[in-house]
Ligand binder design. Structure first.
Ligand SMILES: NC(=O)C1=CN([C@@H]2O[C@H](COP(=O)(O)OP(=O)(O)OC[C@H]3O[C@@H](n4cnc5c(N)ncnc54)[C@H](O)[C@@H]3O)[C@@H](O)[C@H]2O)[C@@H](O)CC1
Ligand SMILES: [K+]
Length: 559
C-alpha cells in the first residue's frame, strides 16, 4: 500500500524539524536519495554501468526543489559525472549553488529572448547574474545530448504549471525528442524528477502541459497525492520514496493506493465451512436486446471472481445467452424485490428496455449494496433528487458518464454548474470526491488510474458535510481500453460487494479506514485491483473482456 499525503501533511511533519534548524539536514538527505536514483539511471545508459564520462543537465528552479537538485548535482559531480545546472528562475538556493560550484559543476542561466531586459527587470542576485546565459534552443541541445536530465524546477511550493522560458524549453525538448523511447529501454537522456514532475500538483494530480515526462521520480518523506492519481501519475514514471526523518510524524494519508500484493492478500477466499450463501449471492440486472453481450460478460466475470452464486434477472433471450456461456448462473425473469441476494449489480447493457429499466430502479431503491454501472448511472443520478444514495451504492462512471451525472445534479440545483468531461479528465480525484459528496454514493471513476471516493463519517449522512475516503488503483494494461471491459469490472465489483455485505470485517486487514462505511470503497478498490491484475496475466497483449473474465481465475490461483 502506498499512503499518499497532502502537501500540507508533509509540511506539518517537516515543520518541527525546520524549527529546530534541521532544514539543511533534511535537504541533504533528500538530495542523497535523489542522487542515488540519478546514478542508477545513469548506469543504465552506459554499456559497463560506469558513471565516469556521463553527463547530467539539471533544470533548477528558484525554491528548495532547485536546492535539492543542486545538492544532488554536487554529489553526482563527486562521482565523476559532468554536471551542468541551468538556472530557470531569478533566484536560486544559494547553498546548493555554492555546493555544486565547489564540486566543479557548470552553471548557466536560462535567458529569454531579450536577455538584457530580463536581467534589468528581474534584478538578479549576483550568484544568478554570474552564470552565463543560455537560450532555449541551446539548452534543448544540451538536454538532448546529456545522459540524464534532472527536473528540479518546481516542487511542492509551486502553484500552477511551468511558465515562461522554462515552459518553452520543456515543450521544445519534447518536440525534438518525442518520447525518447520512454518506458521501452535505456535510451538517453533519462529524466528524473525531483519530488514531483514540475508543474504537477502534489494535492490534485493536475498536470498542465508542458511537462517533462519522467522515467523516475524521487520524492521525500511520503508519496504525494499527485503521484498516485491521474494525470500526474502518468508522467511520474517509477516512484521512489526516500525517508528523510519525518515519516513518524506524518498525519493521515489523503489517498490509499492499493498495490498488487494488497489486492491478492485481501481478496476474500472461502473457508472450510463457507456455503454458497455465506460467500455472497450477487443479483445481476444487465443486458437488453440491443446489448446482450454485456449480460454475458458481467456474469462470467462474477462467476470467475468467486461469487457464491450469481442470479441473473432478464428476458428469455438474455437468459439463454447467459446460460450458454455460464451454466452456473441462476436465471429468472423475477423482479429484484422477489429474490434474496447480498448485493446487486445493475446497468451493463441496459439500454432501451423498459422491463430492465424498472428492475434497475428497484435495485437503486433496494437496501442492499449495489454496483450501479453504465445504463444505471442516469437513473441513479436522477434518484438523488429524492434521496442521497449512501456509500453502499457504488457508481462506476468513466469521465463522460460522470459529466452526465453532474448535468443531472446541476439540473436539480444540487451543484452550481455542469462539469465538462475535459475538466474531469484534468482533475479526476477532485470530481470523484465532489460526486461522492453530492450523491452520497461511493464513486469509482474509471481512467488510466482508477480513483475511488466515498463519503464516510458525517459525509455519509444526509447533510453531505464531512470526510471523504479516497483510494486509487493503477497498473491496468492500456489494452483494457476496449468495449466490454467495464462489464467485466462491474461483475468483479459485484462479487466483492456481495462478500463484504455478508462479512463486514472482511477487508479490515487493509487498514482501519476499510472498516465501517469505508468497507464499500475498499471493496470497490479491491475489485478494480483484481481487474487490473487480470488485464496483465499474459503481459502486454490484447485482452478482450471474455478473456479477461477467464484471466481472473489465473490471478486468484494459489500455487
Ligand atoms: N521543506 C523541507 O523541509 C524540504 C523540502 N524539500 C524540497 O523543497 C521543495 C519545496 O520547496 P519550496 O517551498 O521552496 O517550493 P518549490 O521549490 O516548489 O519552489 C517554489 C518557488 O517557485 C516559485 N513558483 C511557484 N509556482 C511557480 C510557477 N508556476 N512557475 C514558476 N515559479 C513558481 C515560488 O516563488 C516559490 O518560491 C519540495 O518539493 C522538496 O523538493 C526537500 O529538500 C526536503 C525537505
Ligand atoms: K521537480
Amino acid at each position: 500500500m502506498i499512503e499518499a499525503c497532502s502537501v500540507d501533511t508533509v509540511r506539518a511533519a517537516e515543520q518541527p524539524l525546520l524549527d529546530a534548524g534541521l532544514g539543511d539536514l533534511l535537504m541533504r538527505r533528500a538530495a542523497r536519495g535523489l542522487a542515488r536514483e540519478c546514478e542508477r539511471q545513469l548506469r543504465l545508459t552506459t554499456p559497463d554501468g560506469a558513471l565516469r564520462g556521463t553527463t547530467a543537465v539539471l533544470l533548477v528552479g528558484s525554491g528548495n526543489n532547485g536546492g535539492d537538485g543542486l545538492w544532488a548535482g554536487s554529489f553526482l559531480r563527486a562521482r565523476g559525472v559532468a554536471v551542468t545546472a541551468v538556472l530557470t528562475g531569478s533566484r536560486v538556493h544559494e547553498d546548493g549553488l555554492a555546493a555544486l560550484r565547489a564540486a566543479g559543476g557548470s552553471v548557466l542561466r536560462l535567458s529569454d529572448h531579450d536577455d538584457a531586459a530580463h536581467r534589468r527587470n528581474a534584478d538578479l542576485p549576483d550568484s544568478v547574474a554570474a552564470a552565463g546565459p543560455v537560450g532555449v534552443d541551446q539548452a534543448v541541445s544540451l538536454m538532448a545530448s546529456a545522459h540524464l536530465v534532472v527536473d528540479a524546477v518546481l516542487g511542492t511550493g509551486a502553484s500552477g504549471g511551468l511558465r515562461g522560458a522554462v515552459a518553452e524549453l520543456v515543450a521544445a525538448f519534447h518536440d525534438r525528442a518525442p518520447e525518447q523511447g520512454r518506458g521501452t529501454g535505456q535510451r538517453t537522456p533519462r529524466v528524473v524528477a525531483c519530488d514531483l514532475v514540475s508543474g504537477v500538483s502534489g494535492d490534485t494530480g493536475e498536470a498542465p502541459e508542458p511537462l517533462l515526462r519522467a522515467h523516475a521520480t524521487v520524492t521525500f518523506g511520503a508519496a504525494k497525492t499527485g503521484h498516485v492519481v491521474s494525470p500526474g501519475e502518468q508522467v511520474t514514471g517509477e516512484l521512489t520514496v526516500v525517508p528523510i526523518g519525518i515519516e513518524d510524524r506524518l498525519g493521515d494519508a489523503a489517498v490509499h493506493r492499493l498495490e498488487a500484493q494488497d489486492v491478492l492478500a485481501a481478496w476474500p477466499r472461502p473457508g472450510a465451512t463457507d456455503t454458497k450463501y455465506s460467500r455472497g449471492v450477487l443479483g445481476v440486472v444487465a443486458g437488453a436486446p440491443s446489448y446482450p453481450g454485456a449480460a454475458i460478460m458481467c456474469t462470467q466475470a462474477a462467476v470467475n471472481a468467486g461469487a457464491g452464486m450469481v442470479r441473473f434477472l432478464g428476458d428469455s433471450t438474455a437468459r439463454a445467452m447467459v446460460l450458454a456461456r455460464s451454466p452456473e448462473v441462476v436465471c429468472s425473469d423475477d423482479q429484484p424485490w422477489d429474490v434474496h441476494v447480498q448485493a446487486w449489480l445493475a446497468g451493463p447493457g441496459v439500454v432501451g428496455d423498459e422491463s430492465q429499466a424498472a428492475r434497475v430502479q428497484a435495485v437503486i431503491e433496494a437496501k442492499e449494496p449495489a454496483v450501479l454501472d453504465a445504463g444505471a448511472l442516469d437513473a441513479a443520478a436522477r434518484s438523488v433528487a429524492d434521496a442521497r444514495l449512501g456509500p453502499h451504492k457504488v457508481l462506476t462512471p468513466h469521465a463522460g458518464e460522470l459529466s452526465q451525472i453532474f448535468e443531472w445534479l446541476h439540473g436539480f440545483g444540487l451543484c452550481d454548474a455542469a462539469v465538462e468531461r475535459s475538466d474531469i479528465e484534468a482533475a479526476p480525484l477532485h470530481w470523484a470526491r465532489e460526486a461522492a459528496r453530492l450523491t452520497g454514493a461511493t464513486v469509482l471513476l474509471k481512467g488510466a488510474t482508477t480513483v475511488i471516493a466515498s463519503p464516510v463519517g458525517d459525509a455519509a449522512s444526509s447533510s453531505g458535510a464531512g470526510e471523504c475516503l479516497c483510494l486509487s488503483v493503477g497498473d491496468a494494461s492500456p489494452w483494457l481500453a476496449t468495449a466490454g471491459s467495464g462489464d467485466t469490472l462491474a461483475g468483479i465489483l459485484g462479487t466483492v460487494l456481495a462478500h463484504v455485505a455478508e462479512h463486514p470485517q472482511a477487508l479490515a486487514g487493509l487498514g482501519d479506514w476499510a472498516r465501517g462505511a469505508g468497507r464499500w470503497a475498499a471493496a470497490a478498490a479491491l475489485g478494480a485491483g483484481l481487474h487490473a491484475l487480470a488485464s496483465r496475466v499474459r503481459g502486454e497483449s490484447p485482452v478482450p473482456p471474455s478473456v479477461l473474465a477467464e484471466n481472473v481465475r489465473a490471478v486468484l490461483t494459489r500455487p
